[in-house]
Design a protein around this ligand. Sequence first.
Ligand SMILES: [Zn+2]
Length: 342
Amino acid sequence: MKHVDVKYVGLLSSRLDQFKKKTNNLYNFRCPVCGDSDRNRYKARGYLYPSKDRDSFVFKCHNCGDTRSFGNLIKHVDSMLYKNYMLEGFGKKERHVEEREKPKRKKRVRDVSFLENLGAERIDRIPKNHAVHKFINDRRIPDSSLSRLYYVHDDKVLEKVDPVYRDRIRGNQPRVILPFIDRDGELVGIAARAINSSTQMRYLAFRLNDKAPMIFGLDQIKRNSRDSVYVVEGPIDSLFLENAIAVGGADFSKLESEIRKDKCVIVFDNEPRNREIVKKMKKIIESGYRICIWSETIKEKDINDMILAGVPASKIQEVINKNTYSGLQAMVAFNSWKKVSI
Ligand SMILES: [Zn+2]
């Protein structure tokens, strides 16, 4: 066992609930990935045990099944500590190790008020005769979600989000703002959808926190609940489903650090001829996720299109539930659904 790894178990232990040393190289604590049992706060099913080469540790949770290297566990719990661990364990810049001793300064985080400070207006507060409501109505976005959406009359103001965007926005475009907010209420990013169809850049995306994965709706999902979380590609599509989030694209790997695998139902757009998407779906099935394989009768490309075709949201949710599979069954359904070979 490397000395530095033993040392960092010690440093990390204060951040781990119910931490206990079981035997010489075996530690037990509440899993920081899934949070362990909701009902019993003494349940602790996370373990650190020696890696194969016995140089370091491996983390495993017997509740959620998460397995990761010791380094990745540190990263999950405390990114600053992880930086120091990497420097001390693998780097040569010993002087940086001193940083660890500094008291951690509490970072000021941005919340949605940041959008209002930019001049964005919450859509549920905008009079119904305003042009933005035509876009909302055309897409049949539910009234209940309008308090989550914002509007800017001129997208030039979005340059103020970060100096890196300066002079990169042409301006004069009205946009609907979809704020990406994490569980703690921090605004980590925004997507800005043009409301005029003639606009060349339909979506603009901004990151406000480089470390946080861009997932839309994390602030809305039920915590400590057994209900499934539906994970779709597009933020607007997520507004039609109960307890849904969106990855804003087709990269579902970013979920891993944020939400338990067994809680997720992955819902790709309905694109059986899109080779890239089909490949990604196969990977998702292989990694053990539950997945919706749209039935043959569904012809629309995504959830918003289904809504526009007259399918009620509750019916879509029902279709998804009926067509959710995992493992071998998912693979069988997937193979008959896809229209390209990969
Ligand atoms: Zn766990």
